[in-house]
Write a protein that binds this ligand. Structure first.
Ligand SMILES: [Mg+2]
Length: 359
């Protein structure tokens, strides 16, 4: 194994940065791992990148190539869809406020939600991610799952439809988050390109537009603000530092909460499919892997340490996968419709095969 891949693997050890005990060395190691996980890292050695990708893809094959196996694995259980937003439904862009999803993607997600209960699970604040997606029939879990709301349009899936889903386990942290947001704005102002985003129950410091040589300095600034707040923890994402309350709640807990909210007390009753591109999505992948239920799909063009079983390279592949799920679900319905019309029009006696389809 070469040093490039080793560096990425080390990220696992750095999942949650120890803010108070965190040394300068630790911050620098994190910055190194963020640099290594950036696709630009491989540009200098394309053949090395290809070799890594090939061996990684054997362990995490494309969800498009494995589509039949995935649908077969659901064994007739209802599929429930969980989708991250940034880097999964929308491309990663320099300005996080302009991470729009395409109309085609929105249409595909709209069709998907017609056949499968669908939730968007994002690190962004719920209102912001809703404004990007604009589909009232979906579930939304913002702030890494710390702010969950059910469909405003009413759901055909939820067994207890009269109860409005709402879960905000970190309410008491709101004043502290606001205070830290103001302090971070002030502290990072002198770093060109740094952007602090208030996601209501958590904060993000974006590195996307900051020169790489300034990353360590910026990470130190964030750490210096947070050292007075032991109730908050720092975690790394894709060119982002996430600041969250230390409560035991993450995207994995949000996934479990949402499955229950749909009325399935037993995880065995459903087949959750979670698609995400970020380190914070690993909490959800881990839940699925540990429970042995459903599947996790990592969106990535480069090999990464992950608990997901399958991979997709980019949002355009995510869209193809979602469309295939829609087509797969529509197929028996279309077949039934064709047979019904044939029976009405010609009044033929159905064959045993047709009877199976109609059933
Ligand atoms: Mg993401």
């Amino acid at each position: 194994m070469t040093s490039g891949y080793m560096t990425i693997s080390r990220k696992k050890l750095l999942h949650n940065l120890d803010i108070n005990g965190g040394s300068t060395e630790r911050i620098n190691t994190w910055v190194d791992s963020m640099r290594a996980s950036s696709p630009t890292h491989y540009k200098s050695n394309p053949s090395l990148a290809q070799d890594h990708l090939k061996s990684w893809m054997l362990q995490h094959p494309s969800a498009l190539d494995m589509f039949e196996q995935i649908t077969k694995a659901s064994k007739g259980k209802p599929i429930v869809m969980f989708l991250d937003y940034d880097g999964t439904l929308s491309p990663i862009v320099n300005d996080p406020d302009r991470a729009f999803m395409s109309d085609d993607m929105r249409e595909t997600v709209r069709k998907l939600a017609r056949y499968f209960p669908t939730a968007i699970v994002s690190g962004r604040c719920r209102d912001k991610v809703y404004n990007f997606v604009r589909l009232p029939e979906l579930y939304y879990a913002g702030s890494h799952g710390m702010d969950i709301k059910g469909p405003s349009k009413g759901s055909q899936y939820k067994k207890n439809a009269h109860e409005s889903v709402l879960c905000q386990p970190a309410c008491e942290f709101l004043p502290m988050i606001d205070e830290v947001y103001t302090a971070l704005l002030e502290k990072t102002r002198s770093t060109p390109g740094a952007k602090v985003e208030n996601n209501k129950f958590c904060l993000s410091v974006h590195f996307r537009c900051v020169e790489e040589k300034k990353w360590s300095e910026l990470a130190q600034k964030v750490r210096s603000v947070l050292k007075d707040y032991p109730e908050l923890k720092l975690a790394q994402g894709r060119k982002v530092l996430e600041i969250r309350p230390t409560i035991k709640w993450d995207k994995g807990k949000a996934l479990e909460f949402l499955v229950e909210s749909l009325g399935y007390t037993n995880f065995d009753e459903v087949f959750p499919v979670y698609i995400g591109d970020d380190r914070t999505d690993e909490d959800a992948f881990k839940v699925l892997r540990e429970r042995g239920q459903g599947i996790g799909i990592l969106v990535s063009k480069i090999p990464k340490e992950t608990n997901a079983s399958y991979s997709l390279q980019e949002p355009s592949e995510v869209m193809k996968f979602l469309q295939r799920l829609v087509d797969w679900k529509q197929l028996p319905i279309r077949r039934q419709f064709r047979i019904k019309r044939r029976l009405e029009g010609v009044k033929i006696i159905p064959t045993p095969t047709d009877q199976i389809c109609l059933g």
